[in-house]
Design a protein around this ligand. Structure first.
Ligand SMILES: [Zn+2]
Length: 204
């Protein structure tokens, strides 16, 4: 069990990172990353956004010292894996989430004016993907970052994953590709907010 003082240090780092996390999620939401295989989409017109989000997330992973691996089964649809190496004496953990989103539908339905505004007001981030699930992907990265900022290392490896293809069960291009590439762990946490399908992310 961690000491109470250690826990407080990590929670303090979480608080200090709050604004940076909100800004980072907002920036990610502004990248249009509709799944190109979603019904009604023209693949050639839409492909590329997912890879752009993965490259954006890779910078976050890199910034706190992860080994970063960007790879794609289909061009423009890169997955990103960031590995924070542990000392080798503990169990490993995967934090996983997807970077693709479903189409935004009728623009008139977006009170913030656009599905890609990433607008932040009061306690919400507006835009497609803020909840499902760029918020989750980046919250996982920032959870790891908070531990590092608080001055702690890990015993086992932490594997951070931002993958494509989830919205149409195209996992061969996404999460299955990460497994085939060799990324496995003792346990995994997926930050999918399936039962909270709203258009905003609450962060308080
Ligand atoms: Zn989702």
């Amino acid at each position: 069990m961690p000491h109470q003082a250690d826990t407080e240090r990590v929670l303090g780092a979480v608080d200090e990172l709050r604004e940076e996390l909100v800004e980072t999620v907002s920036e990610a939401v502004r990248i249009e990353s509709v799944n190109p295989k979603y019904p009604g989409q023209v693949y050639e017109d839409v492909v590329g956004g997912e890879g752009e989000v993965s490259r954006f997330v890779s910078k976050v992973y890199e910034d706190f010292g992860c080994e970063v691996d960007l790879f794609a089964v289909e061009g423009g649809r890169e997955n990103c894996v960031g590995v924070w190496r542990g000392a080798g004496s503990g169990q490993s953990l995967i934090y996983n989430g997807h970077v693709d989103v479903v189409p935004p539908g009728d623009p008139a339905n977006w009170r913030s004016g656009s599905a890609w505004s990433g607008k932040v007001d009061d306690d919400r981030i507006w835009g497609r993907g803020s909840t499902d699930m760029k918020g989750g992907v980046l919250a996982q990265a920032f959870a790891a970052l908070a531990i590092r900022r608080a001055g702690f290392g890990l015993k086992g490896d932490l594997i951070l994953e931002a993958v494509v293809g989830e919205e149409v069960m195209d996992h061969e291009c996404g999460v299955t590709a990460t497994v085939k590439r060799g990324y496995t762990a003792d346990a995994a946490v997926v930050s999918e907010p399936t039962l909270l399908r709203t258009h905003s992310l609450w962060y308080r």
